[in-house]
Ligand binder design. Sequence first.
Ligand SMILES: [Zn+2]
Length: 432
Amino acid sequence: MTFYYQHHRMFIYKEAGIRGAWKQWFICSLLSLLHGVISETTRTLDIMTKYPLIDGHNDLALRLRIIYNNKLNLINMHNIPHVATDISRLTAGHVGGQVFAAYVLCTAQDKDAVRLTLEQIDVIRRVCTENPELELVTTAEGMRNSTKITCLISVEGGHSIDSSLPALRMFYQLGVRSMALTHTCNTPWAESSSSFYRFYQRKNNSLTEFGKAVVKEMNRLGMLVDLSHSSWETARAVLNHSTAPVIFSHSSAYTICNNTRNVPDDLLLRLKENGGLIMVNFYRSFVACSNIPTVSVVADHFDHIKLVIGTESIGIGADFDGAQGFPEGLEDVSKYPALIEELISRNWSEEELAGVLRLNFLRVFQKVEKVRDEMQYTLPSEVEIPFLEANNSCRVILTNPVRYDSSYRNGKTSLVPVRAIAWFIILLIQLL
Ligand SMILES: [Zn+2]
């Protein structure tokens, strides 16, 4: 009986010991897991406070046009319903700089695209100058040193300049520092990744002579050449031609999601050679072609690009307000920390994240400005697009129409009518 009692007690102690060990293991695991989560969250906030994010592409201005008809006086910029971007959420998301797109629909091409672009530039300028938390900047230094949320203006789509280098220069004067060569439509001089619109279809002509002149003029001015939305052939042609680094302001990795808006590995390698930047897009159709879009799938794009070209060519261009449908946990501009935390859990170092968050963009912008300085003695380009390449009913011809006969197709001015008149006068004199 005693034996049984003692044995039973031992059994109870043994049971209690095992249970205690399990309990202890469970609590320890939970604590270490919690510690990991807390320390990753703390590290995320610490890194994002030190290196506030510069995001390469945001379409708030488009939403302000569609939903509010640009009536800023009716909007509280700290809390704007039906959009993904406002000052409160930019602050919560640790955003230190935002490239805002002045975008007008492709259907405005050859119509009132220039006016509409001016109106979009106006609304961005107003947003960024009428709110004390924001600051409109035009230089890399201004962006680097500001303690506010800086705004940089980009034009999204070459149709906005109506094939005019003087129009491009005037956009620069208004503060535009970046331009995507196309949106979802071809321009008369560059090709889009989309064939949705049938405008200006050409064969084997991804960047025309005038397109090269646009790129050179952007290099001369110090404007970032943005290849998001361009066809891969156009992107390759630009990479052959640009003397400054270029960016993909909101594109992801084609190997992870095979959408033509994304960048294939061979182009990534060319981009690295060029010293440029790919800023990863969060839009679900560009990050998860077949998977369910999640923060983790977005992080897969970062891991892949890192594997192919390293972290120095990577940034973030989420495309908020430019599309409907973002992964759960990355729905608006307050959610960037979720991605950074995911990258930390994948062993991305502070140095790598500092680059992704802001330093890579600043380096590229600064290099673009350096190329501008090196070209300071190059005169503004007076290249005009050949009339027949941009012929449309809304284009008024102000110069002598003699220039525009059929031989102008070759880019040469025809003297045939002048010669004919001269021969006629000589003949008349001889007859007299
Ligand atoms: Zn876009």
